[in-house]
Ligand binder design. Structure first.
Ligand code: AP5
Length: 297
């Protein structure tokens, strides 16, 4: 009977690439013949560890091992999602629903900028001038701000949902250079005549951060209605400027994500829009899991 030597290695493997967390099932038994193809998926750290183990194994045993047990504590890759669309196409509304179900870290460039404005920082003061004109805030303010948030541990572990970024080729190029590539780029499509009505009717709850619309998504109680606020750039005049900026950049950005773009009709009621996005993300997760399974087969 053929003898078989197995080793169990438990460690928390480090992420060697911030955008490519480890992808292997926990406590997986791998035929040694498949080890070389699998090891290319592991970081250098575990590669060395397992090569050493393998040598130890050969030395200790008279018969070459048939299986090697590798790396427990590893997780499937989390989702990396970009969501884009014209001003008021429903990005923020869908992000609320997506994060609730998928527990991704929601990173909204506009929210990060408004936080700087509210804090009265130098960057915030400068950003506000551009936001008032409906123009893109310069890259030197936005790019590192988003990159730092994407690099934080929670974004790496839970996955991220990037909202309203990138909005220019230079931002997309910077993201690629930093190694942040999305699994999917969701584009919400809404015609312009609907967008203006959505913007002027939008209200925000400063306590919960929830987005409302006076007509399409009214507040649930009088108490909430009384505390709602309006964004400083939510006027008809300003949304038209924001739309001009959006229209002059969108095609170039889309061309950089051609292979992962999914277009969704954003004119449907918000739960129906979410249902479409939900199907897309569920399928994506299933594909990731299947890929993981095929690695083990
Ligand atoms: P940002 O805050 O990102 O604004 P935006 O892109 O103009 O998008 P909005 O937040 O206005 O809309 P949304 O798509 O999230 O819609 P929402 O869900 O709220 O950016 C603001 C500014 O910051 C920019 O102009 C720029 O100056 C700067 N900036 C941001 N990112 C930048 C970057 N990367 N680089 C440089 N500068 C940057 O919905 C809108 C309304 O519609 C709500 O009232 C909602 O209740 C309602 N609604 C939503 N969905 C539906 C539906 N399905 N049916 C009916 N009503 C709906």
């Amino acid at each position: 009977m053929a003898s078989c030597s197995c080793y169990s290695v438990n460690f928390t493997a480090p992420s060697f690439n911030p955008n490519k967390p480890l992808t292997s099932p926990p406590n997986q038994l791998l035929p040694i013949s498949r080890f070389s193809s699998f090891q290319s998926k592991l970081p250098l750290f575990s590669l060395h560890l397992n090569q050493n183990l393998s040598q130890t194994n050969f030395r200790k045993s008279r018969v070459a091992p048939t299986f090697l047990l590798v790396a427990s504590g590893e997780k499937a890759e989390p989702l990396r999602v970009m969501i884009s669309g014209a001003p008021a196409s429903g990005k923020g509304t869908q992000c609320e629903l997506i994060t609730k179900k998928y527990d991704l870290v929601h990173i909204a460039a506009g929210d990060l900028l408004r936080a700087e404005v509210a804090a009265g920082t130098e960057n915030g003061k400068r950003a506000k001038e551009f936001m008032e004109r409906g123009q893109l805030v310069p890259d030197e303010i936005v790019v590192m701000m988003v990159k730092e948030r994407l690099s934080e541990q929670d974004s790496q572990e839970k996955g991220w949902l990037l909202d309203g970024y990138p909005r220019s080729v230079s931002q997309a190029t910077a993201l690629k250079k930093f190694g942040f590539d999305p699994d999917i780029f969701i584009l919400l499509e809404v015609p312009e005549e609907i967008l203006v009505e959505r913007v002027v009717g939008r209200r925000l709850d400063p306590v919960t951060g929830k987005i409302y619309h006076l007509k399409y998504s009214p507040p649930e109680t009088e108490e909430i209605a009384a505390r709602l606020t309006q964004r400083f750039d939510d006027t008809e005049e300003k949304v038209k400027l924001r739309l001009l900026t959006h229209n002059s950049n969108v095609e170039a950005v889309l061309s950089m994500y051609e292979d992962v773009i999914v277009k969704v009709d954003g004119t449907l009621p918000k739960q129906e829009v979410f249902s479409k996005i939900d199907n897309i993300l569920t399928e994506l997760l299933e594909r990731k899991e299947a890929a993981l399974g095929s690695l083990a087969a």
